[in-house]
Design a protein around this ligand. Sequence first.
Ligand SMILES: NC(=O)c1ccc[n+]([C@@H]2O[C@H](COP(=O)([O-])OP(=O)(O)OC[C@H]3O[C@@H](n4cnc5c(N)ncnc54)[C@H](OP(=O)(O)O)[C@@H]3O)[C@@H](O)[C@H]2O)c1
Length: 329
Amino acid sequence: MENKRVVLASRPAGWVSEENFRIEAAPMPAPAEGEVLVKNLWLSLDPYMRGRMSDAKSYVKGVELGEVMVGQTVGEVLESRHPKLKKGDHVLTQLGWQLFGTSKEVSKVDGSRAPLSYYLGVLGMPGLTAYFGLKELGQPKPGETVVVSAASGAVGSVVGQLAKARDCRVVGIAGGSAKCEYVKDELGFDVCIDYKAGDLHAALKAACPEGVDVYFENVGGAMLDTLLRQMNLFSRIVVCGLISEYNATEPYGYKNLRAVLVNRIRIQGMIVFDWKDRYGEGLAALSELLQKKQLKYRESIVEGLDNAPTGLISLLKGGNFGKQLVKLA
Ligand SMILES: NC(=O)c1ccc[n+]([C@@H]2O[C@H](COP(=O)([O-])OP(=O)(O)OC[C@H]3O[C@@H](n4cnc5c(N)ncnc54)[C@H](OP(=O)(O)O)[C@@H]3O)[C@@H](O)[C@H]2O)c1
């Protein structure tokens, strides 16, 4: 068995490129007392990784040059010196972009209840983001109109389905006709707008005749500015992500903030780990919906650690269709 890892070689200015990463051989680690040796099977690729490649101040410290890229994985325990885990167990880890690693901070996952990769998506961080962001900050009421951007993605797809389960009118925004058809026909949103097809403002006006009560923001920039013009009195905007701005070298200049004052809009940012103490509640709710087949989900998979950099670059450009993963083994 040989270990391999992907480290941050340089910090991107603007768009991420393959040159920002270095793939290198790594020593096979041995678990210390209290640790497990894990063979990573699945690596999650997430938009937040772009932020960690930068040294700008953020809610979590960035990756240092030469350090393994951060990321969650699901893997198999090969050797255990952990009191509660044994060889063969499957675990959720923070081991990052490498084939093998050791840790004491892992949590056991059950591959008989759901495919292991789901613990990185619908039954993991993105699913929990959707659950708590919508419930706690969006607070949609039956009959209200909820708009979700990046609607076919890991977070957006769950947000929209949860809002439908709360009897809301749900409008998705996604890039391209294939993603929009999936969002409407498979996920059951009422409408999905292809923002690449033309006038988003006009399309939103037609799709939301009674205005927008909750906007779940995954994109930012021009999309958020356009939505601000459609928001109702006392509406809520959940700022979950601003992916259109992550590779920008200049901040987007918002033009429509007056709407916040006039309509008393509540805009609140969120980071999923603000609800760390309640993950159990979120996972139970999401598992129940999955088991009842009331939650649909899809994945976008690249094969092999060597392809993780291209996978992340593609995700940041919307090349994924569903939760982006790397299959490692
Ligand atoms: N706050 C938190 O705790 C938290 C946790 C998880 C995720 N997030 C955020 O949630 C958002 C979605 O994350 P995810 O993991 O679910 O990713 P995702 O939606 O599965 O994938 C990202 C999607 O963003 C869209 N996109 C990319 N560039 C865009 C652009 N310039 N304009 C419009 N859309 C663009 C693409 O969809 P289209 O092809 O449809 O454009 C792409 O497929 C991200 O902003 C992420 O940072 C936040």
